[in-house]
Design a protein around this ligand. Structure first.
Ligand code: SF4
Length: 232
């Protein structure tokens, strides 16, 4: 596992003229904003419908995602798609991303064991998330699990206490100034933040680890149903 170091952060790797998610993704491939790029295979940037009304934010790519270079393609991703479907959201019209875009792991023999990213990694990677939101302008952001929740809502937020609640965005975000005015064109014009709302729930990997997976899955679907109901 890479040692946690101080990190310069991703901001200097984000081209100010990047208008599209594809341009951001291309730039993120070369990000050296923290040490996680050293051991991981590649940057795993967000993917999905760039006009998505709902954006999902997870923790970080897992082993399968790291190898394929795509988020949410492993077991947790498959479960999430099923939950999205059951909640009445169209899986073709969502966007999926992570708070941290490189896989953090510990090597044990031939296995790579997931390691929760530290705050320094979440903070270093946050500029990519801010840039994604600025281009996507979704109606609802669904935050999956504690790491993503803390990335957006701050260290004191508890998913267990406030899951399934629609929260105002960006007022609910930590450092809401990041989201209050967003760049909209190459000339640097800014606009007020979109009328987005935010909802936190458990990460689909927590469903896979739960003693009673059926109950945990139903809980996830119930929370996503609230998100679906918030679409105008
Ligand atoms: S985890 Fe984020 S900040 Fe760190 S190198 Fe990867 S893309 Fe850059």
């Amino acid at each position: 596992m890479a040692e946690t170091e101080s990190a310069p952060g991703a901001q200097e790797f984000i081209p100010p003229t990047a208008d599209t998610i594809d341009e951001l993704r291309a730039a993120a491939a070369g990000c050296r904003g923290c040490e996680l790029h050293r051991d991981a295979s590649q940057t795993v940037f967000g993917r999905g419908d760039e006009r998505a009304r709902v954006v999902f934010v997870g923790e970080q790519p897992g082993d399968v995602e790291d190898q394929q270079g795509l988020p949410f393609v492993g077991p947790a991703g498959r479960l999430l798609r099923r939950a999205v479907d059951d909640a009445g959201l169209d899986p073709r019209h969502i966007y999926l991303t992570n708070a941290v875009k490189h896989f953090r792991f510990e090597r044990r023999g031939t296995r790579r064991i997931h390691q929760t990213p530290d705050r320094v990694h979440v903070t270093a990677c946050r500029p990519w998330l801010v840039a994604e939101f600025a281009r996507l302008r979704p109606e609802v952001v669904v935050v999956l699990g504690a790491t993503a929740a803390k990335a957006l809502l701050g260290p004191t937020f508890r998913v267990t206490r406030q899951r399934g609640e629609l929260l105002p965005w960006p007022a609910a975000a930590q450092h809401p100034e990041d989201f209050a005015r967003v760049p909209v064109d190459r000339a640097g014009a800014v606009a007020d933040a979109p009328d987005t709302r935010l909802l936190a729930t458990i990460h689909p990997s927590a469903v896979l680890r739960a003693d009673n997976q059926d109950v945990a899955f139903e809980g996830l679907v119930a929370d996503l149903t609230v998100a679906a109901g918030a679409l105008r």
